[in-house]
Structure formats: C-alpha cells, structure tokens
Design a protein around this ligand. Structure first.
Ligand code: GLO
Ligand code: MG
Length: 351
C-alpha cells in the first residue's frame, strides 16, 4: 500500500507484550490474550500486528489443516474489526521438540521435513491473515560445536528450504531476519550480507528479501543504519525490527533509541531518505518491557519507541541539508559532528 513520504505504518507482535520471565526468573506480570493485545495495538496507535504461526493458531501441530484455517480466519476477523492489518507470519521453529538441533539445517532428514511442512502451514496461515510476507528468524540454524554440522551443506539446505517455499506458493514473499548468535553460538546466516547473498541463490530472488533488526546488527558489531543502507541498495529491505541494545550483551530488545539516540537517528534518516514504506514496508518494533515494569504501563516500551521514531523523524526532516553539504564539501567533519549533536540535543547552533 502506497504512503506519502514521511508517513509510516507501525507494527509489533504479541510477544512484545510479555510477562517478564527471563532465563533466571519466573513471570512478573499477568498474561494477556491475543484478542486483548490486538485491541491494545489499536489503542496505542499501531496499524498492524506481526504473528508467529502459533500466536495465531496455538498448538497447531495437534490440529487438522481445516481447523488451522478456521482459527486463522477468526484472528483475521479480530484484526478487521479493529481496522488493523497483519504484517507477517513467522514459523516458530525454535520451540518444538523436533527442532532442538535446528530446523532446515537439522542433521536428521525427518526433522528437516517437519520444518518445511510446518513452514508451508505458516504460509497458509499468513494467506488467511492477509500478511504481506513470511519472516524466517533462523534461530537455531547454527551450531554450539563447530564440528557438529557441515557449514557449507547447511547453507545449501537453507537455500533448498527457501526454494521449496517459493515453489509451494507462487505468490509467497519471504524475509530473512538474520542474527549472529543466541540461542546458538554461531549462526549459518549471521548478517544481512549473508541473507542477501543467500537470496540470490534461490529460484526466485525477487521474492526473497530481508528484515533488519537493530539489536541483531549491533550484536554483529555493525551499524544498523549501514546494514539497512546495504539492504536498501539491493532493494531488499522489506521490514525492520527497531529496538536498542547496550553493547555486546544478550539480545536485549530495549526501547528504540534508549541507549544510543544518534544510532537511532541514523536508522530513521536512512529509512526516510530512501522512501522506506512507499511500497508497503512496515516499521516493526521488536521491543520488550523491562522485567521491573509493573502490569500498569506494560506497553510503555511500545508507545515510547513509536514516539521516539516520530521525534527522530522530525529531527531528520529539519536537518539543515545545505549546511550539511557545505561542511562535507570543505571536509570539516568535526564541524558536521558538532552541528549534528547540537541539532539532536535541541541546542541553538551557531557556526
Ligand atoms: C529474536 C527475534 C525474534 C523474531 C520473531 C519473529 O531475536 O528478534 O523476536 O523477530 O520471532 O520472527
Ligand atoms: Mg526480531
């Protein structure tokens, strides 16, 4: 869906309103059902919702295809009632007993088949929901022990899986969401560069793009806005997961811009400069509330991230481009740096 420059559609997933459990402690907030979360998305000013296949249809492994389609249609009606759209559906291939050692790269052929069959069901669910694409976060497609999986064979297995998806549904569009580590030590497709390279190996590269997540780029030691620019140059940036991260730690999924406002500014800048969103791309916020957050205010991380994006968009649009060009022309990058920081801080700049 086309949009005017400077206008964005925002989305998040049900997992972004959570109970605060972490590997070291139990939940601290009450669970909320999908219907309630969809209503919350509308109230918070969001335009769409992202799904895992089993967010839309819980326990789908125990259901018939007809039951799955029926339940997905119920979720579609919930969205329609609120005037919301589904952005994507992602197969949650890291949760089931079949995918302990990865999905498409599993060493066991029967389990690889499970992963592909499950992805086909995810494509069907996405079609019922009306989502624009499916997203593959390749969570466990990697290894803890280097010798345990053949890394070259693994790349080809992921490519074969992509080909099977493209062949299954001639309309499906697939986005790869790379991440360098966690839950595995080392990933087969750790960065956007790898994801884009892989897309060109498939039978239909035009239908394979990528989703760039801020925290995932930072974990790879890369600048997220450069990663986005790289994908934009390939015309493959179809979705983003904006959030933030305090350095090389576990994947924190913190509120967008809370650690590094300037890095956040540059992400908004590159998206706005290259008309991101004009062809139906969404601004997804993959953020988590802090564990200390009480039930009340358990969506503040979402509204703040959206608000901060819009605040930074204002900064992008009011940047003095002429001055920027002049400073670049005379190679006074010290002054350019001074100007940018004054602008971001709202301090009066005098040259
Ligand atoms: C985890 C990922 C995860 C995905 C989601 C959609 O690190 O960011 O949240 O974005 O499962 O595939
Ligand atoms: Mg993500």
């Amino acid at each position: 869906m086309a949009k005017a420059k400077g206008q964005y559609r925002f989305s998040f997933g049900p997992w972004n309103i959570d109970e605060g459990a972490d590997p070291f402690g139990p939940p601290v907030r009450k669970p909320q059902g999908l219907a309630k979360k969809i209503k919350m998305a509308k109230k918070l000013g969001f335009d769409g919702v992202q799904f895992h296949d089993d967010d839309a249809v819980p326990d789908l492994d125990s259901k018939s295809h007809a039951e799955i389609v029926k339940e997905a249609a119920q979720v579609r009606r919930m969205l329609d009632r609120e005037g919301l759209k589904a952005e994507f559906t992602a197969p949650r291939l890291w949760f089931s007993p079949e995918t302990i050692d990865g999905a498409y790269t599993n060493n066991n052929a029967r389990l690889r088949k499970y992963a592909i069959d499950r992805t086909k069901i995810c494509i069907d669910i996405n079609n019922v929901l009306g989502g624009s694409w499916i997203v593959l976060w390749l969570a466990r497609e990697g290894s803890y022990v280097r010798e345990s999986k053949n890394p070259r064979e693994s790349v080809l297995r992921i490519r074969d899986a992509l080909d099977e998806m493209l062949d299954y549904d001639p309309k499906v569009r697939i986005l790869i969401e790379p991440k360098p580590n966690e839950p595995v030590d080392s990933a087969i497709i750790p960065t956007l560069g790898h994801a884009i390279g892989l897309s060109y190996m498939t039978i239909d590269p035009d239908r394979v793009g990528c989703l760039c997540e801020t925290a995932h780029s930072l974990l790879a030691g890369l600048d997220p806005s450069d990663d986005m620019a790289y994908a934009l140059a390939h015309e493959k940036l179809k979705s983003v997961h904006l959030n933030d991260q305090g350095g090389l730690k576990f994947d924190q999924d913190k509120t967008f811009g809370c650690h590094n406002l300037r890095v956040a500014f540059n992400q908004v800048r590159v998206l706005e400069e290259y008309s991101y969103g004009r062809n139906g791309e969404w601004v997804g916020l993959d953020v988590k509330a802090m564990r200390t957050q009480k039930q009340r205010g358990n969506t503040k991380h979402l509204s703040t991230s959206r608000e901060r994006f819009l605040f930074l968009l204002e900064k992008v649009c009011t940047l003095d481009k002429k001055l920027e060009a002049q400073l670049i022309a005379v190679r006074d990058y010290e002054e350019l740096d001074r100007y940018i920081v004054c602008h971001l801080m709202g301090v009066k700049y005098s040259g």
